[in-house]
Design a protein around this ligand. Sequence first.
Ligand code: GAL
Length: 372
Amino acid sequence: MKNLKKLLAVLMTGLMLIFVAGCGGTDSSSSSGSGSSGKAASNGKRVGVAMPTQSSQRWIQDGANMKEKLEALGYTVDLQYAEDDVQAQVSQIENMITNGANCLVVASIDSSALVNVLDQAKQHNIPVVAYDRLLMDTDSVSYYATFDNKGVGTLIGKYVEEKLGLKEGKGPYNVEFFAGSPDDNNAHFLNDGVFEVLKPYIDKGQLVVPSGQTDFDKICTLRWSQETAQKRMEDLISGYYSQGKQLDAVISPFDGISYGIAAALEGAGYQVGKNWPIITGQDAELMATKNILSGKQTMTVFKDTRILADKCVTMVQAVLEGKTPELNDTTSYDNHKLVVPSYLCTPVAVYKDNVQKELIDSGYYKKADVGL
Ligand code: GAL
């Protein structure tokens, strides 16, 4: 009798297990193969995504990618752009907190201006992930998804080194330098990468900077503004190149800045194929890609926003589920309060000859978009 009871108990447990497993098998998250990272795990949690501006194509893509990928996992997304207005970004983040955000993703305008509002997030136990730009002077940041920002500068420097034959001792060439926004940590990392490669050639006299402007403070461009860059390039042309002095290269850290530089050159009568200098860039924007094909820009650095968004989404999932995301750099990004655990994606130099391979074959743009 005792044995019969035992046998029945074992059979019942077995049946229950089969039943539970059966339910699991029809569950949408596990049948889709995404397991605990699928819709069920997101439980309708809210993610606030604060982006800096819609004035450049890349941030529009970044925002759209983040929204799409987070929504596909079942999160509710509050995507906001602050149009480079620092105070507006603070207010947007405050609203996200008030509206019950469970996690914040922030691409800052001024990386040190969000300390107070991020403190508020911390008080509400809302984790924060820094997107592309590091959040400085705060301990309210869990992870950082970005590209190898110094590596971007290295690619720019190496491209110019190669294109001008500097390793072979060629020169002297006249060059001018532009840097990004002083309140964006990326601008400093990138500039370090550029100068690490090119400064030795300035020291040797193979690169000459007629304006003498090489200090970051002199060459930086607040908010990475196209207009500011155009104005500075106009001043450089009239101040140092008016006597017909050849300008061989302009080092630009961002496609938007490159457009401003090109506009100033056009305005001063420079012509592509005649006396047009090498112009670098960053972001592989559509217009920059077209300009590369037409010769108006020489190179850019492609930072695939799809990959960045993927990495950032895994960080959001991890912080919300109490797990650790994949990281590949835990030493470089010291924000003065902590070294922020990061994932650095790999940037790629793009020029006329590899537009097809890097931007078309990878599905980033369609042939027709770039006019190929
Ligand atoms: C930087 C970023 C660049 C560029 C720039 C201007 O933070 O690293 O790729 O987008 O902002 O938007």
